[in-house]
Ligand binder design. Structure first.
Ligand code: ZN
Length: 322
C-alpha cells in the first residue's frame, strides 16, 4: 500500500465574521465545537501539517456552513461574501501550490452573486462555488436563481452543494438526529433531487453539481428512486430517469465517510470517475480520511482517479510540474 497524493474538495475555513455561532451549531457537543472552531480561521502551518499527514497536496477551501446563506441582510451578505472570497484569495496567494478556492455567494441577490462568481473565477482563479443549503428557504431550483446556473455553465465550473441549516425540518426530526448525524443529509439529498425533478439539470445540460458525504446517501437509493418516481402522479416530463440525470450531472466526494462498503456501492452505481476524495476538515479526522482511502480495497488506477485525477479534470487543476 502506497500513500496517494491527493486533492481534497470539502475543506473548510472561516473568516471571523462568519464563524458559526453556538446557536447555529447547537447540536454539536460543546467540547467538540471548542476543538474545531479555532481551526477554521487558520490557513497556515497547522492546516498544512494536517494536510501533509493525510497526503493532501491541494485543498480546495470553502467558507464553512452556514456562512453567507443565513446572513439576514442581503447587502451585508454580499459584503461578507466578497470579504470571505478575498480572504481566501489571500490564503491561496500565500500557498499557491497547496490551496484552491470555491466562491461564497449571496443568493438573496442573484445578480450580485453571478458577478461575484465571475470575479472569483476569472480574476481570482477560483474553481467553482460552494453553497450551504437553501438561502432563507429558497432552494437552488427556485426560478429566480436561473441566472446562477447559466453563469456556472458559461464559466464551466461546478457547484458544490453543501448542507446548510434547513429552514423547515420534517415533523419526524428529533434533536438526537439533527445536524450532521442525519438531518443535514436528508435536507441536502432532497435539495439535490429537486434539481433533477424540477428540470434544472435538463435546462442546463452543462451544469455539474458536487455532493459531499458520499453523495448524501443517494448512490444507495437510485434504484428505488427510479422505481417509485415512475409511479407518482406528480412526476414531471424530465429527459430521462432521475438516476440517469443524477449520473450525468452529479459528482460525489467521500467527505466524512470512511467506509469501504459505501465507497464500493458508489463505485458500482455511479462509476469511479464520479467520486472524489475529500475530508470535511476540520469537522472530521483528516488523518483518518487519508489513511482510509490509502488502504481502501480498490485497484490502484481507480484509487488515483478518486484521489486526484477526476478533480484535476473537473476543476482544471494542472498537475505540479516539479
Ligand atoms: Zn463540510
Amino acid at each position: 500500500m502506497t500513500a496517494q497524493t491527493k486533492i481534497a474538495l470539502e475543506e473548510h475555513f472561516s473568516i471571523q465574521e462568519l464563524l458559526p455561532t453556538p446557536a447555529e451549531l447547537e447540536f454539536f457537543d460543546p467540547q467538540v465545537l471548542n476543538r474545531i472552531e479555532p481551526l477554521l480561521p487558520e490557513l497556515a502551518d497547522q492546516r498544512l501539517t494536517a494536510m501533509d499527514r493525510a497526503g493532501i497536496e491541494i485543498a480546495v477551501l470553502s467558507q464553512t456552513a452556514p456562512g453567507i446563506q443565513t446572513v439576514a441582510s442581503s447587502s451585508e451578505a454580499s459584503v461578507l461574501a466578497r470579504r470571505a472570497n478575498d480572504a481566501l484569495q489571500a490564503a491561496i496567494q500565500q500557498q499557491p501550490r497547496r490551496f484552491r478556492g470555491f466562491a461564497a455567494l449571496n443568493l438573496q441577490d442573484v445578480e450580485t452573486a453571478c458577478a461575484e462568481l465571475k470575479r472569483c473565477v476569472t480574476e481570482l482563479g477560483f474553481v467553482g462555488a460552494l453553497i450551504n443549503g437553501s438561502s432563507h428557504g429558497d432552494y437552488l431550483d427556485h426560478p429566480r436563481l436561473e441566472p446562477l446556473w447559466s453563469t456556472l455553465e458559461e464559466l464551466a465550473v461546478p457547484l458544490y452543494l453543501h448542507p446548510g441549516l434547513p429552514t423547515n425540518q420534517p415533523a419526524s426530526m428529533v434533536r438526537e438526529l439533527d445536524g450532521a448525524t442525519w438531518g443535514w443529509s436528508f435536507d441536502t439529498a432532497t435539495h439535490a433531487l429537486r434539481l433533477i425533478v424540477k428540470g434544472v439539470c435538463d435546462k442546463h445540460p452543462k451544469a455539474r453539481v458536487i455532493l459531499g458525504h458520499m453523495g448524501e446517501n443517494l448512490p444507495f437509493y437510485l434504484w428505488r428512486l427510479d422505481s417509485r418516481y415512475a409511479t407518482t402522479r406528480y412526476r414531471q416530463a424530465i429527459s430521462s430517469s432521475p438516476s440517469e440525470i443524477f449520473r450525468r450531472h452529479f459528482f460525489i466526494t467521500t467527505s466524512g465517510v470512511c467506509d469501504d462498503a459505501a465507497l464500493q456501492c458508489s463505485i458500482d452505481t455511479l462509476g469511479a470517475d464520479r467520486i472524489m476524495f475529500s475530508t470535511d476538515y476540520p469537522y472530521e479526522d483528516i488523518a483518518l480520511a487519508g489513511r482510509w482511502i490509502d488502504q481502501a480495497p480498490i485497484d490502484p488506477l481507480t484509487k488515483t482517479m478518486i484521489c486526484r485525477t477526476t478533480a484535476q479534470t473537473l476543476l482544471r487543476i494542472t498537475p505540479d510540474q516539479d
